[in-house]
Design a binder for this molecule. Structure first.
Ligand code: DX5
Ligand code: ZN
Length: 229
């Protein structure tokens, strides 16, 4: 476990969906060295979302390359049967989608039972009312800023209102609000103002850089933090 204490400060979580797939280990080390406290790992099954990435063996192989928080976003359905494999792979946070099955309460309980922080992901078209009945089961709520499946999409602005409503619902509870998709220098301030604290960023971190030009990642991360205000 690399997750230590809860805080609501701005945390940039680079999404390796935008990294060089042939060089994941070095990419994770590079973004960490450039100031990223979390690394976001997108698992897609080609069924729940129309794209396919990798499974638990790859996530396990990444673990030694991530000293900070390894944040695993499961875009898979069904999800329950695969949770032990991702916990075993060393995930600190495992997030599952509300839309991925009929028993999200059970799924969140199972994630915590495996010793991980439990994340609940909401697609852009999903309402927040059910979250009221899950507040005791979650450590993180991932508000999707785009329809999941691909990086580099435009931020869906209606999600700002959703974040603000969730922030109010959460109150003093130690629950992170994560935004995933469409985070950029020109959107992050409004998202921060609405109440998010973990900012997943694919294109906004990796564009222009590489493991040979890692300072670009550092500049991109610093620019996002500065723009968040
Ligand atoms: C989308 C993924 C995101 C994605 C974000 O399905 O869950 O993590 O990589 O990409 P950007 O930041 O480029 O919108
Ligand atoms: Zn994601």
């Amino acid at each position: 476990m690399s997750y230590t204490t809860f805080d609501r400060g701005v945390k940039i979580a680079p999404s390796i969906l935008s990294a060089d797939f042939a060089n994941f280990g070095a990419e994770c080390r590079a973004v960490e060295a450039q100031g990223a406290p979390w690394v976001h790992v997108d698992v897609m099954d080609g069924h729940f979302v129309p794209n396919l990435t990798f499974g638990p063996a790859t996530v396990k192989a990444l673990r030694p390359h991530i000293k900070g928080v390894m944040d695993v976003h499961l875009m898979i359905a069904p999800v329950d049967a695969y949770l032990p494999a991702y916990a075993e792979a060393g995930a600190d946070v495992i997030s599952a989608h509300y839309e991925a099955g009929p028993h999200i309460h059970r799924t969140l309980q199972a994630i915590r039972g495996l010793g991980c922080k439990a994340g609940l992901c909401l697609n852009p078209g999903t309402a927040i009312e059910p979250v009221a009945y899950l507040l005791d089961q979650v450590d993180l709520i991932n508000v999707m800023g785009v329809n999941p499946g691909f990086g580099g999409q435009k931020f869906i602005r209606s999600q700002l209102e959703k974040i603000a409503a969730l922030r109010q619902m959460i109150g003093a509870r130690e629950i992170h609000i994560q935004i995933d998709g469409g985070v950029a220098r020109d959107t992050i301030a409004e998202i921060r103002a609405a109440g998010a604290d973990v900012f997943v960023a694919g294109n906004a971190v990796f564009s222009g850089g590489s493991v040979d030009k890692p300072q670009v990642y550092g500049d991109n991360i610093a620019a996002l933090v500065a723009a968040a205000g």
